[in-house]
Design a binder for this molecule. Structure first.
Ligand code: FAD
Ligand code: NAI
Length: 474
């Protein structure tokens, strides 16, 4: 068996891995990327969780279900009449599959364009090579490289003793390929997946109940924004029970029965056609054979890395969901780029303080930087300014006036410390705040910049003006 030599081998072709491979190739290295994801025909499907069962397919279904909801509830306001509105779930899911395939093919094309050698299969450490570097087995082949980037991602966390069957008890994977709108849908966990997947199936007519262990909603978001978002979700009919303890889960022929205890300690039962369990994800190192080389994992199973994504082994790096930090595709990508640049002797850098968070519900929720409760806990003096979309002309024209933009700025220097948005296009609006914070802008800087009229971004400018109590349109 021959050994193929590379400068850099990347294990995992999700957003962390494939972006690291492309960046390393751009920097002149001879690069291989190994990914084991299979499409339904058994062929390669690079892009990882994000492309296959995460970011991309969930947004495709969110888009389809949003069109349906607009047609059902809002077209009439525009004078548009519709008869016999219906949803063909098979077509909707088929479209989603096409979008996924376009992304898989796009990544294979990018590998070719950048001369990254792609290996389809599971990559496993074999041994450290004398004099530096590592041997990695994939299929029947052996690859060797001095630098290895591990980007093996994460898996959904099941409830203890309740494995996913992907028919009745669903992870994010099964939740994205339900064949018909369930009459009743249960979700365990009101985190990001719970809200996004709950929204998709609620919009299409399912009666959705979410059981959440914590007493409050979205604790990582700004409290005022989370409160406003919850109000909107409740109004839409998304029912969330807080402070619950989930007990026995039984999947039968007709559906799933969940025994749970409510916040007052009362025993309850939830009977649903399908159950989505979205209680977080766990780092994935299955089959990596980390033990063979002594790669250190923590008690959660995450690969231990320093701030620069260096592991305990010389020349082995790890990025994305398999290491500490938020499990977000753009965080994985930034780490991948930074590691490739560090291997090339450059100063790759990821600013963890300006990573944006987005929940693609309607209204969307997005934020960057510190929340008001975090600033209070730190004892930092701050000023806050908010502006409601209700007072924004473009939002009124769109017929989507829920929510607000909120700025938090240092009381003395006026530096922007956090921006929080609940409302239309929050996912796009947050970019301005990210750029501003990267450049250490003040709220006044944003307030003095000309924003197009009419646009939702004027709400951002007005919220910045509100920090100084001088909004013009409210
Ligand atoms: P992954 O994307 O998990 O990729 C890891 C890859 O490595 C996989 O292809 C896997 O098969 C492969 N692999 C693992 N072990 C091996 C091995 N030994 N050999 C070969 N290959 C291996 N994030 C966002 O930022 N925005 C969103 O809108 C968003 N939506 C999401 C929606 C859902 C439903 C889910 C579940 C997640 C979502 N995420 C979102 C999170 C995002 O998908 C992850 O943060 C991101 O995919 C992590 O990238 P990664 O490269 O670290 O790992
Ligand atoms: P999550 O961490 O967002 O939310 C999990 C929720 O489940 C929490 O509210 C938690 O309190 C609750 N929970 C945990 N155990 C429970 C139990 N036994 N009973 C009831 N509730 C319980 O995790 P989720 O939604 O599974 O998503 C995983 C990750 O995927 C996210 O953290 C995020 O990083 C990523 N993601 C990102 C998206 C985006 O950026 N738009 C979209 C979807 C996922």
């Amino acid at each position: 068996m021959t050994t193929k030599s590379f400068d850099v081998v990347v294990i995992g072709g999700g957003p962390g891995g494939y972006i690291a491979a492309i960046r390393a190739a751009q920097l002149g290295f001879n690069v291989a990327c190994i990914d084991e994801w299979k499409n339904e025909k058994g062929g390669p499907a690079p892009g990882g969780t994000c492309t296959n069962v995460g970011c991309i397919p969930s947004k495709a279904l969110l888009q389809s279900s949003e069109h349906y909801e607009h047609a059902a509830r809002h077209f009439a306001e525009h004078g548009i009449g519709l008869k016999d509105l219906s949803i063909d779930v098979a077509t909707m899911v088929g479209r989603k599959n096409t979008v996924v395939k376009q992304n898989n093919d796009g990544i294979l094309y990018l590998f070719k364009k950048n001369k990254v050698a792609f290996f389809h299969g599971r990559g496993s450490f074999v041994k450290a090579v004398e004099g530096g570097g590592y041997e990695i087995a994939v299929g029947g082949e052996t690859l060797q490289a001095r630098q290895v980037i591990v980007a093996t991602g994460s898996n959904p966390r099941p409830l203890p003793g309740v494995p996913f069957d992907e028919e009745l008890v669903l992870s994010n994977d099964g939740a994205l390929r339900i064949g018909a709108v369930p009459k009743t849908l249960g979700l365990i966990g009101s985190g990001v997946i719970g809200l996004e997947m709950g929204s998709v199936w609620r919009r299409l007519g399912a009666q959705v109940t979410v059981l959440e262990a914590l007493p409050g909603f979205l604790p990582m978001a700004d409290e005022q924004i989370a409160k406003e978002a919850l109000k909107a979700f409740n109004k839409q009919g998304l029912k969330i029970e807080f402070g619950v303890k989930v007990g026995e889960v039984k999947a039968g022929k007709k559906g799933v029965s969940v025994a749970w205890t409510d916040a007052k300690g009362q025993a309850q039962t939830l009977e649903v056609d399908r159950l989505i369990v979205s209680i977080g994800r766990v780092p994935n190192t299955t089959g990596l054979n980390a033990e063979a080389v002594g790669l250190k994992l923590d008690e959660r199973g995450a690969i231990v890395v320093d701030a620069d994504c260096r592991t305990n082994l010389a020349g082995v790096w790890a990025v994305g969901d398999v290491v500490r930090g938020p499990m977000l595709a753009h965080k994985a990508e930034e780490e991948g780029v930074a590691v490739a640049e560090r291997i090339a002797g450059q100063h790759g850098h990821v600013n963890f303080d300006t990573i944006p968070f987005v929940i693609y519900t309607s209204p969307e929720v997005a934020w960057v930087g510190k929340t008001e409760q975090a600033l209070k806990a730190e004892g930092r003096a701050y000023k806050a300014g908010t502006f409601p979309f209700l007072a924004n002309g473009r939002a009124r024209a769109l017929g989507d006036t829920t929510g607000m933009v909120k700025f938090l700025a240092d009381a003395k220097t006026d530096e922007i410390l956090g921006v929080h948005i609940v409302g239309p296009q929050a996912s796009e609006l947050i970019s301005e705040a990210v750029v501003a914070m990267e450049f250490k802008a003040s709220a006044e800087d944003i307030a003095r910049i000309c924003h197009a009229h009419p646009s939702l971004s004027e709400a951002t400018k007005e919220a910045a003006l509100a920090v100084d109590k001088r909004t013009l349109n409210f």
